[in-house]
Design a binder for this molecule. Structure first.
Ligand code: A3P
Length: 318
């Protein structure tokens, strides 16, 4: 195993200098690998590790997303749904742990995933098309994907990145963030390709990939949570439904509830040795359509045009 890891490290050092570079949103620039923009350190290394060494199990469940599309919410809902007979709602882990702390991030945990008991609930930002065949072909692993209107993703990301940027750097302007996002130069971008990869997979193998939209979840959370339970092989029983278990989960994971918990107001999450994030930054507004109140009419027009062009013929609309 250590031989394999060494080979990946060698290959990483070999390819890195030749990858196209793009402007980063934080301190680090981004590099383009297999068509996708990634941070050269954590994200590219993590991806290469997953592609080279990760051993999926047929019972694995992956929560997949592009950053700022509702990852935190999806993690909370899925964790609560799967573990609903294990924890009570009065002393639930989600009341004292930020959702990101409740399950491992696939590409950040190279060595400790083998020790996790099945079924493993893992999260990933890797685009579907870059996942190794061992995860996607002839496997019964399941993926739950969440996506969101690109205008809201862009604005959410822009505000989030400016909070994470070191104080000595000037904030990124909205104009610059907009250009980068539209050009696809955004962590795991282009956004539209990310969405389309999982969308197509959900059409081809619906039993393997559940495709959700943030907007649908906002509109009818109970309906989506029931679908989630069914998809994951834990359908809600009539008794659970009549006892209001679905609504309890929705309430526990709601923006209002999570964002007001002490842990999410004042604790931090260590994303890497360099990046420590205040949990409160994962909860900003949690609204549909907020992006439009920041973008100019011209920006809205352009991003809508890109979206319709990219999604043309796919059957997917925002
Ligand atoms: P806004 O910046 O538009 O408020 P991610 O979790 O992928 O980083 O996405 C973050 C976005 O999801 C932020 O959007 C955040 O406020 C919102 N969010 C976080 N928790 C949520 C929840 N429980 N319900 C609804 N939205 C939530």
């Amino acid at each position: 195993d250590s031989h394999l890891v060494q080979k990946t490290n060698e290959r990483y050092r070999e390819i890195l200098p030749n990858l196209p570079r793009g402007k980063g949103w934080m301190t680090e620039h981004l590099v383009q690998y297999q068509g996708v923009w990634l941070t050269p350190n954590a994200a590219l290394k993590g991806l290469m590790w997953v592609q080279g060494h990760f051993k999926p199990r047929s019972t694995d469940i992956f929560l997949a997303s592009f950053p700022k599309t509702g990852t935190t919410w999806l993690k909370a809902l899925t964790f609560a749904t799967i573990n609903r007979t294990r924890y009570g709602f009065a002393d639930h882990p989600l009341l004292t742990t930020v959702p990101h702390g409740c399950l491992p991030f696939l590409e950040a945990c190279p060595n400790d995933l083998d020790g996790f008991p099945s079924p493993r609930l893992l999260s990933t930002h890797i685009p579907y098309t870059l996942l190794p065949n061992s995860m996607t072909v002839n496997q019964s692993c399941r993926f739950v994907y969440i996506c969101r209107d690109p205008k809201d993703v862009l604005v959410s990301k822009w505000l989030f990145m400016n909070k994470l940027r070191p104080k000595e750097l000037a904030p990124i302007s909205l104009e610059e963030a907009f250009e980068l996002f539209c050009q696809g130069i955004s962590h795991y971008g282009p956004y539209w390709d990310h969405v389309l990869g999982y969308w197509k997979a959900s059409l081809e193998t619906p039993e393997q990939v559940l495709f959700l939209k943030y907007e649908e979840l906002k509109g009818e959370p109970s309906v989506v949570v029931k679908r989630l339970g069914e998809f994951l092989g834990h359908p809600f029983s009539l008794e659970e439904e009549s006892k209001g278990v679905v609504e309890e989960i929705v309430k526990l994971c709601s923006f209002e509830n999570l964002s007001n918990l002490g842990v999410n107001k004042s604790s931090v999450l260590k994303l890497s040795t360099q990046i420590i994030v205040d949990n409160r930054h994962f909860f900003r507004k949690g609204k549909v359509g907020d992006g439009k109140s920041y973008l100019t009419d011209e920006m809205i027009k352009r991003i809508n045009e890109i979206t319709s062009e990219k999604l043309l013929g796919s059957g997917l609309v925002f």
